[in-house]
Design a protein around this ligand. Structure first.
Ligand code: SF4
Length: 500
């Protein structure tokens, strides 16, 4: 990414003091209005002056649906240069990647392309949206405590987001958003914009959580917390782990404690142990007892066992009820991923003595690990497309919004399916790993640039006030535009069809 300039015309691109010199062109693809010398690009590196013509630097990306001899579609994003032969081989989809923009928004979208799907005339309206209102929701599969909810997340010292509600086996971050882009200092906006673009383009980003951990995250990759790569996503909470493996422990141990920052489970107390007719062990666990066998707040959150701060499991044992406990009892303490486990035997004084893990017990601990899924970082782009870019689609924008809600229009981002939130506007969410690489750009206003496509029946497009005079065929696009054709894969449903 290049250095982000101020909102004044960037250095070397001229000063907006009247008509530009004859060798410069003014880019009006965003409010910055760069004046670009011949052979140079504007501040965002997306538009350039090529022989005096304002040109989108990257070619527009088309997807080619190819069915092989075995009826299989070739792998996603296996790119190849356009050789003019793709039309005969299968349907093409013009994506928003590299398409250009509608800005200033009274212009029709840069590509409005007709096609035919199962005998029905369709149209896809294609553009690159400039999103001031957008953010990334990040799911980090880890038990380790990343920081308090609502804590500020920083990138290169700047506030770029916050920790939000933890989910089952995952910690969640909300990054970017209009307040960090526009509501803080110029540096905060710039760092936020760069971070967002990098996250969307599946690059690694380093983050620091106030009062919490240091993170290295990348979409689709394992998160790194305080320099340690996370491997396993927990099999469940402590209570669920008890329920899942109770039967396999029966007969091998007299008690199991699954240590979890949220819900620590104790085998003999809840229904799981009772149904197996396991007698109570008399173990007393620190923290708040919720229901039988379920304990909250057994320790502080941290990066130790089960997302707590403990490294010694005995630190959460308050003792044993002498009327219930019996010397010789075998006790397993284990974490929610099975990465930490210790075995104990109760002595005559009702003290726990460490002992080697017996083979059958070790096998169940290994089974916990086997049932853990790989820990990943998931990055969803969340953006509001209910604003002015709709004018590039129709002269009556609310009809586009209604048509999307009525499931007449399929919305995609770089061909990837999106979830459109109910309620007002067009607030959409998309998994960035299903989008083409380097789908995201930026402009120094600051805002994020992302591809968006609206596919619908041609008749519906006409009915909602579409720019019918701008509809062109894909063959026309191929003849007259710089294109980059890539293969479509099975990852995403073909966008021109029934709404998903
Ligand atoms: S920053 Fe804006 S005006 Fe400058 S080249 Fe990029 S899109 Fe055009």
């Amino acid at each position: 990414m290049t250095e982000t300039p101020d909102l004044d015309p960037p250095e070397g691109l001229g000063v907006s003091d009247g008509a530009p010199s004859s060798r410069k062109v003014v880019c009006n693809a965003c409010p910055v209005l760069c004046q670009i010398s011949e052979g140079r690009t504007g501040a965002c590196d997306r538009w350039g002056n090529f022989k005096g013509v304002l040109t989108r630097v990257d070619p527009v990306v088309l997807f080619k649906k190819v069915t092989g001899a075995a009826g299989e579609i070739t792998s996603f994003l296996e790119s190849q240069d356009w050789d003019g032969s793709v039309v005969a081989e299968g349907p093409l989809f013009v994506s928003g990647v590299g398409s250009g923009t509608t800005y200033p928004d009274y212009k029709p979208a840069p590509f409005i392309v007709s096609s035919r799907h199962e005998g029905v005339d369709m149209v896809t309206v294609v553009t690159e949206g400039i999103f001031s209102y957008c953010s990334f929701k990040v799911k980090i599969d880890t038990d380790r405590w990343l920081g308090p909810e609502q804590a500020t997340v920083r990138c290169r010292g700047e506030a770029v987001g916050h920790v939000t509600t933890a989910e089952y086996g995952s910690q969640m971050l909300s990054l970017g958003g209009v307040h960090h882009l526009t509501g803080g200092t110029k540096k905060e906006g710039r760092v936020t914009c760069e971070l967002m673009m990098d996250l969307g383009n599946r690059k690694p980003v380093e983050l620091q959580i106030e009062g919490g951990s240091q993170l290295l995250i990348e979409a689709g990759k394992a998160p790194v917390v305080n320099g340690v790569e996370e491997r396993r996503m927990r099999v469940g909470c402590g209570s669920a782990t008890i329920g899942i493996f109770a039967q396999q422990w029966h007969g091998q141990v007299d008690e199991v404690v699954v240590v979890d920052d949220h819900i620590t489970g104790v085998l003999t107390e809840p229904q799981a142990g009772r149904c197996l007719a396991m007698p109570p062990s008399g173990i007393k666990i620190k923290g708040k007892k919720s229901t039988p066998g379920r304990y909250f707040q057994v320790a502080k959150p941290g990066t130790g066992w089960g997302g707590t701060d403990i490294t010694d499991p005995l630190s959460i044992v308050a003792g044993f009820d002498s009327k219930v406990a019996k010397p010789g009892q075998r006790i397993l303490m284990v974490s929610t991923t099975g990465e930490d486990a210790e075995f104990f035997v109760l002595d005559q004084d009702l003290k726990l003595l460490a002992a080697p893990l017996p083979g059958p017990v070790r096998a169940v601990v290994q089974r916990i690990g086997e049932n853990c899924e790989p820990a990943l970082t998931t990055v969803l782009f969340l953006a509001g497309a209910g604003g002015s870019l709709r004018a590039g689609v129709t002269d009556n924008p609310v009809r586009l919004t209604r048509s999307i809600k009525d499931l007449l229009v399929n919305v995609t981002c770089g061909g990837a399916p999106v979830y459109v939130w109910p309620g007002g506007g067009i607030t959409l969410m998309v998994d960035v790993t299903r989008m083409p690489e380097n789908s995201f750009g930026w402009v120094p206003t600051p805002a994020i640039v992302a591809p968006i496509e609206f596919s619908m029946r041609l008749s519906d497009y006409s009915a909602l006030g579409g720019h019918m005079d701008r509809v062109r065929t894909v063959e026309d696009v191929l003849r007259n535009e710089r294109v980059h054709v890539v293969s479509w894969g099975e990852l995403n449903p073909w966008p021109v069809g029934p709404v998903q």
